[in-house]
Design a protein around this ligand. Structure first.
Ligand code: IDP
Ligand code: MG
Length: 151
């Protein structure tokens, strides 16, 4: 079983219908190990998207992620990294609309920055991103565990 980090971006969190549809899709396809609304500060967003530092869209992206609450989920299923990314569709919304009119980014993406949701791209990224947004989550046991208690 694999785990991944799904992040529903701020403009979708404000859209009740989109949230219902996406959460229904998630519950049909994955076990949700943890979930929460999260206010991503500019600093947290810069850590989360560190691999994109220096790209022309980095400031726009990290500011957008700081524009309102996001909704983060830890998903589990067989091959869930690829499964969630294929439900998302291509990164760029104009490609998504062309490639798969029913994918999440086609339906709820507004622009390349506001492309509805994030999905980790590898096991390593999933663990890194989960540790940023769910620092108390212990992937080894697949459950929440306060790291402080271990010390
Ligand atoms: P991914 O989210 O499909 O993994 P990445 O290449 O990792 O795509 O990019 C991270 C995020 O940066 C994207 O989800 C999108 O919001 C934003 N982004 C990527 N490429 C562009 C671009 O060309 N213009 C504007 N924003 C972009
Ligand atoms: Mg990515």
């Amino acid at each position: 079983m694999e785990i991944t980090l799904a992040l529903i971006k701020p403009h979708v969190v404000r859209n009740t219908y989109a949230m219902q549809q996406i959460r229904a899709l998630i519950s049909q396809n994955f076990t949700v190990l943890d979930q929460k609304e999260v206010c991503i500060t500019k600093e947290l967003s810069e850590r989360f998207y560190a691999e994109h530092k220096g790209k022309y869209f980095y400031h726009r992206l990290t500011s957008f992620m700081n524009s309102g609450p996001s909704y983060a989920l830890i998903l589990q299923s067989e091959a869930c990294i690829q499964k969630w990314r294929s439900l998302l569709g291509p990164t760029k919304v104009f490609r998504a609309v062309y490639a798969d009119p029913n994918c999440i980014r086609s339906l709820y993406g507004l622009s390349d920055t506001r492309n509805a949701c994030h999905g980790s791209d590898s096991e390593e990224s999933a663990l890194r991103e989960i540790s940023i947004l769910f620092p108390e989550f212990d992937a080894a046991v697949g459950s929440r565990q306060a790291k402080r208690e271990e010390a």
